[in-house]
Design a binder for this molecule. Structure first.
Ligand code: CAA
Length: 258
C-alpha cells in the first residue's frame, strides 16, 4: 500500500518509525490517515525484522484529533459502519511494544492514539487533552476508559467534561507520560528506548506486554492466572534457555525470537 498521510521508516535495526504526515491540518485523523495507520501497524506487527515501533507526528502536533470537517455531516449509522476506530485499534492491538513520541498538540483522538501506546515520551511542548465536549460529543477512541484506568475518576472527569488540558510535565506527574525531554531530543530518545526494547528477547517482551495489558481487562485472580500461564509458556522457548545459560556463563545472550 502506498501511503499519502503517513511515513514509515527504519531509523535503527529492529525499530520502525511511523510518522503521521498531514502537517497543515495538525495531523487531523481522517479516514485515510486511520486506514493507512491500521495497514502500517498490521504489517509491522507481522514483520519479523521489527521488534519495536515508535509512533510520532511532528514538532507542532502529534495529532489534533479526528477530522472534524470530515465528521460533521456523518450520521450515527455512518460513524458506526465506517472503519473509524480501526486506526486506534491497530495501534492498541499490536503485539510488539509501541512508543508514542509526542510533541505539540495531542488532542481528542490524537491523545487517544497516545493512550493506546505502551510507553509515552513527550517533548516539553506537548499538550494533552480531550476537548470533544466543545464539539458536542465525547471521546470515542478509548479516552474515557484508558484515562480513567490510568489516572482515576476525578482527573478524567475534569479532562473529559471540562476540557482540562495537561502540559507534558503535568502528564508525567499524573503517570500518563514516562519521560519528558527537550524538543530537540524527544524523538531520538524515543528511538533509543525502542532500540533497547528491540534488543531484548522478543517473545518475552511480547508476553510481558500481553500480561501487563491483561491487568486492565481482568479481575486480579484471572490476571494472575494469565501471567502464570505466559510465564510457564516461556520455558518452552530457546530464548529462555539461552538467557539463563548466558547468565550462568557471564556473557551477553543471543536472542533468536523462538
Ligand atoms: N479536524 C480537522 N481539521 C483540523 C483539526 C481537526 N481535529 N484540528 C486542526 N485542524 C485544521 C484547522 O481546521 C486548520 O485548517 P485550515 O487552515 O484549513 O482552516 C488547520 O488545521 C490549523 O488549525 P487552526 O487554524 O485551528 O490552528 P491553531 O494553531 O489556531 O489551533 C488547535 C490549533 C488548538 C489544534 C485547533 O486547531 C483545535 O482546537 N483543533 C481541534 C481539536 C479537537 O477538538 N480535537 C478533537 C476532535 S474530535 C475527536 O477526536 C473524536 C474522538 O475522540 C475520536
Amino acid at each position: 500500500m502506498d501511503y499519502e498521510y503517513i511515513v514509515v521508516e527504519r531509523p535503527v535495526e529492529g525499530v520502525a518509525l511511523v510518522r503521521l504526515n498531514r502537517p497543515k491540518q495538525y495531523n487531523a485523523l481522517n479516514l485515510q490517515v486511520l486506514t493507512e495507520l491500521a495497514h502500517a501497524f498490521e504489517s509491522l506487527d507481522k514483520d519479523e525484522g521489527v521488534r519495536a515501533i515508535v509512533l510520532t507526528g511532528n514538532d507542532k502536533a502529534f495529532a489534533a484529533g479526528a477530522d472534524i470537517k470530515e465528521m460533521i455531516t456523518r450520521t450515527s449509522a455512518e460513524m458506526k459502519s465506517a472503519p473509524f476506530v480501526a486506526g486506534w485499534d491497530a495501534v492498541a492491538m499490536a503485539r510488539k511494544p509501541v512508543i508514542a513520541a509526542v510533541s505539540g498538540y495531542a488532542l481528542g483522538g490524537g491523545a487517544e492514539l497516545a493512550w493506546a501506546c505502551d510507553i509515552i515520551i513527550a517533548s516539553e511542548t506537548a499538550v494533552f487533552g480531550q476537548p470533544e465536549i466543545n464539539l458536542g460529543i465525547i471521546p470515542g477512541a478509548g479516552g474515557t476508559q484508558r484515562l480513567a484506568r490510568t489516572v482515576g475518576k476525578y482527573l478524567t472527569m475534569e479532562m473529559v467534561l471540562n476540557d482540562r488540558r495537561l502540559t507534558a510535565e503535568e502528564a508525567a506527574r499524573f503517570g500518563l507520560v514516562n519521560h519528558v525531554y527537550p524538543l530537540a531530543s524527544y524523538l531520538d530518545e524515543a528511538i533509543k528506548l525502542a532500540a533497547k526494547l528491540a534488543s531484548r528477547a522478543p517473545l518475552a517482551v511480547q508476553y510481558a506486554k500481553e500480561a501487563v495489558l491483561f491487568a486492565f481487562e481482568s479481575p486480579l485472580r484471572a490476571g494472575l492466572q494469565h501471567e502464570r500461564l505466559l510465564f510457564y509458556t516461556l520455558f518452552g522457548t530457546e530464548d529462555q534457555k539461552e538467557g539463563m545459560q548466558a547468565f550462568i556463563e557471564k556473557r551477553a545472550p543471543e536472542w533468536k525470537g523462538r
